[in-house]
Design a protein around this ligand. Structure first.
Ligand code: 16G
Length: 241
């Protein structure tokens, strides 16, 4: 009953109708994070469609990151990631803490000089050499975020020292950030961003800009575009001025 009925008369293919019904059930919390979906066989019977239709619908939702399959256990609603807004952790660390495997793919990696805007936000003199690392970040192979990082070249022994984790490379060079400023803003993904993240154009995202420092020295400015359907940002607040 969590998943609404399908209509063979409608023009949208049944698997798309089912995807829509599942998305909708997740949105109105009729299906909760980590909740198991009915077995494909049962669902096929209940909705009077073939198992192939169910399989095809679920495949698409798994690829989108809305559902996950667990070996031998079935299909589940993917749990959102709760991320602290006030801890200076890296994407790799956040994922490791949840038992998920962090990977990245490169959009671009280049050397250049700070832009006038970056030189202001980071307090670097004009012309300072920087490395730029633009990446898609994945958790267990599912796209979670797009990240555009600018790092002063002096903070890393070379551009190729960043393999999976930027913060690991910075730590090894003695420049692990120990203070940061963050700004959070709501965004809607454009067609290009949506394609990179495996979601649909117009989907909601969270843009976090982090400026990070090591002992007062600017070491990073990163724009992270997190999938709005994958993240909850949480923070502990204390009474006080
Ligand atoms: C996080 C940081 C980002 C940092 C990245 C390093 C936020 C909002 N942003 O995504 O600023 O560059 O981690 O991750 O937390 P890495 O060490 O796995 O490359």
């Amino acid at each position: 009953e969590a998943i609404g009925a399908l209509d063979a008369q409608r023009s949208a293919p049944l698997y798309q109708q089912l995807q829509h019904a599942v998305r909708e059930a997740i949105e109105r919390h009729a299906l909760r994070p980590d909740e198991a979906l009915p077995p494909e066989r049962d669902l096929a019977q209940e909705l009077s469609v073939s198992r192939i239709t169910i399989r095809k619908a679920f495949d698409g939702l798994v690829a989108e990151g809305l559902l996950t399959r667990r070996q031998g256990a079935g299909t589940f609603v993917a749990a959102r990631v709760e991320k602290s807004f006030s801890k200076l952790t890296s994407f790799s660390e956040d994922m490791a803490a949840r038992g998920r495997k962090a990977t990245s793919s490169w959009l671009n990696r280049s050397e250049g000089a700070v832009t006038p805007e970056e030189s202001l936000t980071l307090g670097l003199s004009p012309g300072t050499p920087v490395y730029r690392f633009n990446r898609i970040r994945y958790a267990d192979g599912l796209p979670m975020a797009l990240e555009y990082s600018t790092i002063p070249a002096a903070c890393l022994p070379g551009i190729e020292t960043v393999t999976t984790s930027l913060y690991r490379a910075l730590a090894e060079a003695g420049y692990r950030p120990n203070r940061a400023l963050q700004r959070l803003r709501a965004v809607l993904f454009n067609a290009e961003q949506a394609e990179l993240l495996g979601t649909t154009a117009g989907a909601a995202g969270l843009l976090i800009e982090r400026r990070a420092f090591h002992n007062g020295q600017a070491v990073e400015v990163t724009q992270s575009y997190y999938r709005g359907d994958a993240y909850d940002f949480v923070a502990e607040l204390n009474d006080g001025p």
